[in-house]
Ligand binder design. Structure first.
Ligand code: THU
Length: 148
């Protein structure tokens, strides 16, 4: 199944009731982070087009390179439950600055469209919102494979 399929929307259009819950769920997910090596807990919450929320945390491993970020955990949970169209993701950490997703996570997000909102939060709960297109400009995605 293909991702995306959304109409272009301006950023920050996640409905208020969804947004508060999404932010809350990202903080809650952070509490489950398995990060004994980095001691850097991260939580993510992903809002589907249908209004469901899937959350995830980072899951590290003694074989360090096998660790998975919170964002990808949430996406894999949603995909494996049959959801491929997303409206927004909130990301939470304990740092005093806005948490930003790593490059690998941006690319995995991009697989499922470029037109969604990423809420980057600080530990105090304040946030900024970016469109995925802003976080990963000039990206490569499934559509590009059809250009050959
Ligand atoms: N991490 C995330 O889960 N998401 C981010 O946005 C940044 C980093 C994780 C990966 C690793 O478990 C720990 O934070 C330190 O890099």
């Amino acid at each position: 199944m293909e991702g995306g399929g959304q109409q272009p929307r301006p950023p920050g259009q996640t409905p208020g009731e969804h947004l508060q819950l999404l932010l809350h769920r990202s903080r809650e997910a952070k509490n489950c982070a398995y990060c004994p090596y980095s001691r850097f807990p991260v939580g993510a919450a992903l809002l589907t087009a249908g209004g469901e929320i899937f959350s995830g945390c980072n899951v590290e491993n003694a074989c360090y390179s096998l660790g998975v970020c919170a964002e990808r955990t949430a996406i894999q949970k949603a995909i494996s439950e049959g959801h491929t169209s997303f409206r927004a993701m909130a990301i939470a950490s304990d740092i005093g600055d806005f948490i930003t997703p790593c490059g690998a996570c941006r690319q995995v997000m991009r697989e499922f469209g470029t037109d969604w909102d990423i809420y980057l939060t600080k530990a105090d709960g304040t946030y900024i919102v970016k469109r995925l297109e802003e976080l990963l400009p000039l990206s490569f995605g499934p559509e590009d494979l059809k250009k050959m």
